[in-house]
Design a protein around this ligand. Structure first.
Ligand SMILES: NC(=O)c1ccc[n+]([C@@H]2O[C@H](COP(=O)([O-])OP(=O)(O)OC[C@H]3O[C@@H](n4cnc5c(N)ncnc54)[C@H](O)[C@@H]3O)[C@@H](O)[C@H]2O)c1
Length: 390
């Protein structure tokens, strides 16, 4: 039986990404699977339906998407559509179970095996499947451009006949994947960049990009898996004290600080904003988690005196073409773990050329075991169980 893989049109408002782009869909089709794309799914990423060429099928009815063996999405589809999925079929998408208990419930009731992209372990072998990183890179890059665009000044130093322009100062808080990309982009635009992270091990990476690393004495908050832990009140105070001066001197502050499974840490206080330079800008990538600045309004751009605070909640969607391309490739690499070659019947040699594929899940594979959210009517992830219990 040919394996069917389908991709819905994303339903969330402002979500321009699509889980599958033509060039990756073609690679899937070459493996002998049937690829179905819901009509209009690529529109937001500038891919017309005709961009998905034969043998890829563009289907109009939601039923033809949700009855596939595998559904690939950016965000978990709504519960009504999840309920249409076949028992034993597979969903691979971002789910964010703690914010989306209804989806977990629907997936579980439908008996769907769901692999959540945010749960893919960040081990070397899974780097090519790491959609958190690919999307964070897009967000960090775009955040630097948003900051540049919101400023009424140049970023680079300019020596002109009309005088010398000093470079803008950009402060990046949080030097993970998004932060490092924001630093690199602001540097390429010619800004003078400073960066801070509670994981002091990031110093080397920050400096290798040509930025200055800021240190809050006595604050070092590395946790398991290369992530940060929440700070104690005493550590927070030390951090605020050190950062206040630098925030006050910056033209643009880009915040990307996050602690897995927790609301975004509040780092920039009202008071710090009040002391910022006239015309300065904050781009708060922590907005989706509530914001790294006390005054951020998620999804909005607000003015506090003469300071502009941007609180975008889905920045990768603003770079949809490339964010979709990278995400689709992440999914393709993930699928290679479960889309395995069929064995030749006993006593027969494998035929030459591409082998037919079948779906098979090897639960001894760490990547699959750690990224599974629901399987066979069971919630496999502790955090998701807790989210469901409220
Ligand atoms: N395959 C891999 O091995 C792999 C892939 C991607 C990322 N990683 C690692 O994961 C880690 C973080 O990745 P991420 O970007 O997804 O992290 P993230 O989005 O969870 O957090 C962003 C950054 O915010 C920082 N932060 C948290 N609280 C803060 C605070 N109060 N003040 C300042 N900064 C604060 C974190 O230390 C982190 O660098 C890094 O160590 C990265 O190297 C590993």
């Amino acid at each position: 039986m040919t394996v069917t893989i389908a991709v819905p049109k994303e339903a969330a408002s402002g979500e321009n990404r699509v889980a599958m782009v033509p060039k990756v869909a073609e690679k899937l089709a070459k493996l002998g699977v049937e690829v179905r794309i819901q009509k209009g799914a690529g529109e937001g990423s500038r891919i017309p339906d005709e961009g998905y060429a034969d043998p890829i099928k563009v289907v109009g009815r939601a039923g033809d998407v949700y009855n596939a063996d595998v559904v690939l999405a950016v965000n978990a589809p709504d519960p009504k559509n999840l309920a249409k999925m076949k028992k034993g079929s597979i969903l691979v998408s971002f789910v964010q179970a703690h914010q989306n208990p209804e989806a977990v419930k629907a997936l579980n009731e439908a008996g769907v095996t769901c692999f959540a992209m945010e749960l893919v372990p960040r081990i070397t072998r899974a780097q090519s499947m790491d959609a958190l990183s690919s999307q964070a890179s897009a967000a960090g890059y775009k955040a630097a451009l948003m900051a540049a665009n919101s400023l009424e000044r140049f970023l680079p130093m300019l020596t002109t006949a009309a005088g010398t322009i000093r470079p803008a100062k950009v402060l990046v808080i949080g030097a993970g994947v998004a932060g490092l990309q924001a630093i690199a982009t602001a540097k390429r635009l010619g800004a003078k960049v400073e960066a801070y992270d509670v994981r002091t091990d990031t110093k080397e990476q920050v400096e290798s990009l040509g930025a200055d690393f800021l240190v809050a004495e006595g604050v070092k908050a590395e946790a398991e898996g290369g992530y940060a832990r929440e700070l104690t009140d005493e550590e927070k105070a030390k951090q605020q004290e050190m950062l206040a001066k630098h925030v006050g001197q910056a033209d643009a502050v880009i915040t990307t600080a996050a602690v897995p499974g927790r609301p975004a840490p509040k780092i920039i206080s009202k008071d710090m904003v009040a002391k910022m330079k006239s015309g300065s800008v904050i781009v708060d990538l922590g907005a989706a988690g509530g914001g790294n600045c006390e005054l951020t309004k998620p999804g909005e751009t607000v003015k506090e005196g003469s300071v502009t605070i941007l609180g975008p909640t889905n920045v990768p969607a603003e770079l949809a073409e490339h964010a979709s391309e990278m995400y689709a490739q992440n999914l393709f690499n993930f699928l290679s773990l479960i889309l395995v070659e069929e064995e030749a019947p006993e006593g027969e040699d494998k035929p030459k050329g591409p082998q037919p594929r079948k779906l098979a899940i090897d639960w001894d594979d760490e990547v699959l075991a750690k990224s599974v959210l629901t399987h066979d009517g069971e919630i496999k992830n502790e955090a998701a169980k807790e989210a469901l219990q409220g």
